[in-house]
Design a protein around this ligand. Structure first.
Ligand code: ADE
Ligand code: ZN
Length: 339
């Protein structure tokens, strides 16, 4: 096999895995407007061409929450899930994705309806495109932590076969990890895997607290880890995985000191992957995320394949299913490399 850099076309169409993609952040603007009209909810604008315009994380989250409120029925959840998985499979050869969603951002919608709809979308997408989707139920850290403990108990009782873990989302400038210790302990006791957004906006103490207090298996983003050699060493020793996102990190780091945090994280020896986060909001898709990462870091084909397989190894699937996914991907890469 060659050690030349993998061309863009290779990166775009190789089999892919992603671990950090928000269901509500995957709604195309035109779909969000159609859902809001049908369900009688409000958006900042009904113009799909300008709906996803914002200047900072706070502005983004305002729109994200409005789009979330437009999703109210099981059928809405099924459609959004199906469309997003199938689109990523067709345009970027996505084979596996863990999707976070925020139940408490859909006031009045029963958890059972949301889980039923998402599961239906997952099953239909796998049937039509062979792409596998799984769910992470995410807490909104800007809301009272009691909502998170109540939610995690309901999720544990629901025992959905597609829910693999829990996450902690939204503005890390409010809702520190300390508030969610109970919710994470309940998740752990229920056998749910654990991730959390941390260090997206430069707060290294938040990364340390998330690791120390929430006993997470993964961190979402985590760029601030680069500020601490000690925390980098600790992360490597624990086998902690960082599910990072190229486009959103570039957006949030704009004006900051670090121009390419993911490349620096990889260079530091961290186990880091690349995901699309909120693709239509940031005009990206998982193919573009891998292309940007691969071209910036300079992957050859072998390194690109290793990157995907390392990402598959960090999924929250039960061990036998994870091993089967890795084997399937290796076979798909063999076939892909022969074409
Ligand atoms: N929810 C959806 N996308 C997010 C992001 N990039 N950071 C925090 N919370 C989010
Ligand atoms: Zn995210």
């Amino acid at each position: 096999m060659t050690t030349e850099r993998a061309p863009e076309s290779y990166l775009r169409l190789m089999p892919k895995v992603e671990l950090h993609c928000h269901l509500e952040g995957s709604v195309p603007a035109a779909t969000a407007v159609a859902l809001a009209r049908r369900n009688g909810t409000e958006l900042p604008t009904m113009d799909p061409d300008t709906l996803y315009r914002f200047d900072d994380l706070e502005g983004f989250l305002d729109i994200y929450r409005a789009v979330s409120r437009a999703m109210v029925s099981a059928a809405d959840f099924a459609t959004v899930t199906y469309d997003s998985l199938v689109d990523a499979a067709r345009t970027s050869n996505l084979r596996y994705r863990e999707m976070a969603f925020n139940p408490t951002n859909h006031p009045g919608v029963p958890l059972a309806d949301m889980l039923t709809g998402i599961s239906e979308g997952i099953q239909s997408a796998e049937r039509d495109c062979g792409v596998v989707g799984r769910i992470i139920v995410a807490f909104n850290r800007e809301q009272p932590p009691e909502l998170a403990t109540e939610l995690v108990r309901m999720v544990a009782d629901a025992d959905s076969p597609h829910v693999l873990g829990v996450g902690l989302d939204h503005n890390e400038l409010s809702g520190p990890p300390q508030l969610f210790v109970d919710a994470y302990a309940i998740a752990r006791a229920a056998g749910l895997a654990r991730t959390a957004h941390a260090g997206e906006r430069g707060n290294v103490a938040e990364v340390a607290d998330t690791i120390g207090l929430l006993d997470v298996d993964r961190i979402d983003h985590g760029y601030a880890v680069l500020q601490s050699a000690d925390l980098i060493r600790q992360s490597i020793d624990r086998g902690l995985h960082y599910a990072a996102c190229w486009s959103t990190s570039a957006f949030h780091e704009r004006g900051g000191q670090v121009s390419s945090p993911i490349a620096a994280m990889a260079a530091a020896g961290l186990d880091v992957s690349v995901s699309s986060d909120d693709p239509p909001f940031f005009a990206t898709d998982i193919g573009s995320e891998y292309v940007q990462a691969g071209e910036s870091i300079g992957w050859d084909r072998v390194q690109a394949r290793q990157q995907v397989l390392r990402t598959a190894a960090a999924t929250f699937l039960p061990p036998a299913e994870r091993a089967a996914l890795c084997a399937r991907l290796a076979a798909e890469f063999d076939a892909y490399d022969e074409t």
